[in-house]
Design a protein around this ligand. Structure first.
Ligand code: MG
Length: 371
């Protein structure tokens, strides 16, 4: 089946705040990225998935194609399925499971060749007992499994099953809805990495698990632009009032250029000139924020994540101090990181050299990423 026939539907309309942090769980940050975005990237990067749709609550926003959900999870899934229109297969996933191994998606899609539905399951390792007022009888765990998402379905079959499910009844998951409609649901091996984020400690554990297979990379970037009269001064994505501005082919934002080169360095993907040649007229006067976002997207596509940015701006004037926080905020926004992941420093060069004479501004950045 063509990959474009396979749609991933991420259900993220919940209001769950048990994980703490004061925002719905699906928007909490894991390694600086909202949970829902981790799941979206995993599906978008899988060669067997052609389209990713996220179901959100009213007024919520996320990256990519969005559908507004309903009051209960089942309403949200229904809205998502109806919005898909036409597809061969659908993977229905909960955003509270941010780490989606490609191997699980492979197994699920493989199982759909033989069955109208497939779910990932993991064995129950702990002893299970009836709780309550004192410890009751133990339960035979050999017959039990934990059912995870994503759950994979023949699109027409799950859509029909949802349409006929009684509105008054709750369902534990979509597999139950498909089984009620008379279809068999296959099981494939799940993965502990898919475990749901429910309580505050789960986020920290997920971050450790996520980083387990990754290598830390540190890379630097350096750039210089000339200061001239009659140009705007853009530094770190912020327009700073000054009697001179930086000259260059783009907006000449020397700070963003240094960070962009450092980000590209973490995946050994060349430098800013490789991706945005100064000889190309389309980059004349271009906002440098797009260069940085392109570099960050390449890191994300490589399965990496940026942990920290340390920027140093070298100039005699203007004074950078008052602009430090706005620059931190702007760089954080461009990279989808938190402000505490961005450090901005400045120094003069004691009136020495080209920066000391006010002829130009230099910037240096070091970026730490896990890839
Ligand atoms: Mg430059």
């Amino acid at each position: 089946m063509a990959h474009s026939d396979t749609v991933a539907l991420i259900v993220a309309a919940g209001k769950g705040e048990r994980a703490g942090g004061g925002v719905p769980k699906q928007f909490q940050l894991l390694a600086g990225v909202p949970l829902v975005e981790h799941a979206r990237r995993a599906f978008a990067a899988h060669p067997g998935v052609g389209r990713v749709i996220t179901v959100l609550g009213e007024g919520q926003t996320a990256v990519g194609e969005i559908v507004v959900g309903g009051a209960a999870r089942r309403d949200s899934v229904c809205n998502g399925l109806e919005a898909i229109g036409n597809a061969g297969r659908v993977l229905i996933h909960d955003a509270a499971r941010p780490i989606v191994p490609a191997s699980v998606i492979d197994r699920l899609l493989g199982a759909l060749d033989r069955s109208a539905g497939a779910v990932p399951v993991v064995p129950v390792a702990d002893t299970l007992a009836v709780g309550g007022d004192g410890l009751g009888d133990t339960v035979d765990r050999a017959t039990l499994v934990r059912v995870q998402t994503p759950q994979a379905f023949d699109f027409a079959a799950i859509l029909a099953a949802h349409r006929t499910w009684p509105a008054s009844e709750e369902a534990t998951d979509d597999a139950q809805i498909l089984r009620r409609a008379g279809h068999a649901v296959a099981t494939v091996a799940g993965d502990p990495l898919l475990d749901k984020i429910t309580y505050p400690g789960d986020l920290a554990l997920a971050e450790v698990r996520m980083g387990g297979g990754m290598r830390v990379r540190t890379a630097m970037g350096f750039d210089v632009h000339r200061l001239v009269v009659g140009e705007e001064l853009w530094l770190g994505g912020v327009l700073i009032p000054h009697d001179k501005g930086l000259s260059g082919h783009s907006d000449a934002d020397v700070a963003l250029h240094a960070i962009t080169d450092a980000v590209l360095g973490t995946i050994a993907a060349g430098d800013i000139g490789t991706h945005f040649p100064p000889s190309d007229p389309q980059w004349r006067g271009a906002e440098s924020g797009q260069f940085l976002q392109h570099a960050a997207a390449l890191v994300a596509a490589a399965g990496g994540m940026i942990d920290f940015v340390d920027l140093t701006i070298m100039c005699e004037a203007p004074k950078i101090g008052p602009w430090r926080e706005p620059i931190r905020d702007r760089v954080a926004a461009l990279l989808g990181l938190a402000r505490d992941q961005i450090s901005v420093k400045a120094t003069t060069t004691e009136r020495l050299g080209f920066t000391g004479r006010g002829e130009g501004i230099a910037a240096q950045a070091i970026v730490t990423a896990r890839v």
